[in-house]
Design a protein around this ligand. Structure first.
Ligand code: HEC
Ligand code: HEC
Length: 399
């Protein structure tokens, strides 16, 4: 048995060191004497936090949604329950991992039921409550409706239809009662959407050091380098799309632009090497053609040729935690993103007019990177610990 003190010390260490960030600690992964830092789940029991009725954090606009506390708690449980997938293997939280910025740091494009690959990078879910349009092509506008995309996609959770999800949940002891406690009409497809949306709307994260400096007037919240980085960010035109307002900043104007990534992905060279373990790559004798699902971006929704390879501008809040980057996860680090913009994107003739080769010296590059790393919200570790307060794999509603 663990004593309470051990658990407390453990939680503290876990929160301080590495609870949020990339996945497993990987230095020396390829050596025989490598020791993992991963913890057994019973050593990371999680700490629930109050997610409703909070004051709007510095840097974010007020939200118009009020969230029901019980619906939120139910939604949090559902979000981490693998039994929402057709064969009980994949939960929402496996592609949107709380300790990895509610995205997945290990894979450019995540893997769903039976190892099938999804074509896009999993977006971080912080501050989704502020997004008028969801997905990289904006094809969905409501969080309540959005859930059916992953729940029914053959390469995500692979359920045949809405009814089968509702019937499966109804067969799990406890869920029918839990829904009845929150909703007058109990367990329905709409209420499943409402519960999951309630949890996701609470994943609000602001009050970064940038916010305290820019909106809160705390002169020393950003160091010299980071302040210079913000100037570079504006001078180099980044803020034209990753917008910063007077009272709040979502670092997106909610628009769709072609930064050249789609063109680059479509014209990528044939694969000449293969990663067989993290950090371990072997050259291939013959280059191989990797089969890729095509991705036309906004054009998939509008059908217009000029919208090909235009993607929604992602927020840059918590961006240091959400590698890899871009809609296909093709850029592994923030430094790689900055290099990409510095080169002026790709050779796509339909590039947005704002995407031009940049003129930055080494100092400015470092400053920009420092600035991007100062956009982490103050509650990311608390949100991850809160997520882990859910009993994973069963117990409360054991079926
Ligand atoms: C197999 C991995 C996977 C699973 C499982 C998964 N997602 Fe996602 N999620 C993604 C990917 C990839 C995208 C981006 C898809 C796109 O833009 O076309 C996404 C997008 C989203 C978005 C839109 C965010 C934005 O910025 O527009 C939300 C919200 C979301 N997922 C919530 C959920 C919920 C709720 C569940 C469980 C019901 C879930 N996801 C299950 C991979 C996954
Ligand atoms: C013309 C509008 C525009 C400009 C200007 C712009 N961006 Fe972007 N940015 C985008 C779009 C659109 C994406 C998503 C592209 C994709 O997914 O393929 C993006 C993606 C990113 C990402 C990846 C975020 C993620 O979560 O994957 C980062 C980081 C970023 N931009 C930083 C910058 C910086 C720094 C600058 C200035 C040097 C800049 N951007 C200039 C539109 C723009």
């Amino acid at each position: 048995m663990l004593t309470l003190r051990v658990i407390h010390t453990h939680l503290l260490l876990w929160l301080l060191a590495g609870a949020v960030g990339s996945g497993d600690y990987r230095e020396g992964y390829d050596r025989k004497d490598f020791e993992t830092r991963s913890e057994a789940l019973d050593l990371t029991p999680g700490i629930p936090i109050q997610l409703t009725d909070r004051a709007t954090p510095l840097g974010l606009p007020p939200s118009v949604h009020s969230i029901d506390e019980k619906a939120l708690a139910l939604g949090r449980e559902l979000f981490f329950d693998r039994r929402l997938s057709v064969n009980g293997t994949v939960s929402c939280g496996m592609c949107h991992i709380p300790e990895q910025g509610f995205t997945q740091n290990e894979l450019a494009t995540p893997v769903g039921v039976e190892g099938r690959s999804v074509k896009r990078n999993a977006p971080a879910l912080y501050n989704v409550v502020y997004l008028p349009e969801l997905f990289f092509d904006g094809r969905e506008t409501s969080l309540e409706q959005q859930i059916w995309a992953p729940l029914l996609a053959i390469n995500e959770m692979a359920n045949p239809d809405q009814g089968s999800v509702v019937r499966r949940l109804a067969g799990i002891r406890g869920y029918a009662d839990a829904f009845a406690e929150v909703y007058a009409d109990g367990l329905t497809a709409d209420n499943l959407g409402d519960a999951l949306a309630s949890y996701q709307r609470a994943l609000v994260s602001g009050n970064s050091r940038f916010d305290r400096w820019f909106f809160g007037g705390e002169a020393n919240a950003l160091n010299e380098l980071e302040q210079q980085g913000f100037r570079v960010f504006r001078e180099q035109g980044c803020a034209a799309c990753h917008a910063v307002g007077r009272e709040a900043a979502l670092f997106t104007d909610h628009g769709y632009y072609n930064t050249g990534i789609g063109y680059q992905a479509a014209n990528r060279e044939r694969t000449r090497s293969m990663q067989i373990a993290p950090g371990v790559t072997i050259p291939l004798a013959e280059p191989v053609e990797v089969e890729r699902e095509s991705d036309d971006g906004l054009a998939e929704r509008t059908g217009r040729d000029r919208d090909r390879w235009r993607y929604r501008v992602p927020s840059l809040r918590n961006v240091a935690l959400t590698a890899p980057y871009m809609h296909d996860g093709s850029l592994p680090t923030l430094a790689a993103v900055i290099d990409y913009y510095e080169r002026g994107g790709s050779a796509d003739p339909q590039l947005d007019a704002w995407i031009l080769p940049l003129d930055m010296d080494e100092q400015e590059r470092r400053a920009l990177l420092g600035f991007l790393a100062a956009l982490n919200g103050d509650n990311v570790a608390a949100l991850a610990a809160d997520a882990r307060s859910v009993q994973i794999g069963d117990t409360t509603h054991g079926g």
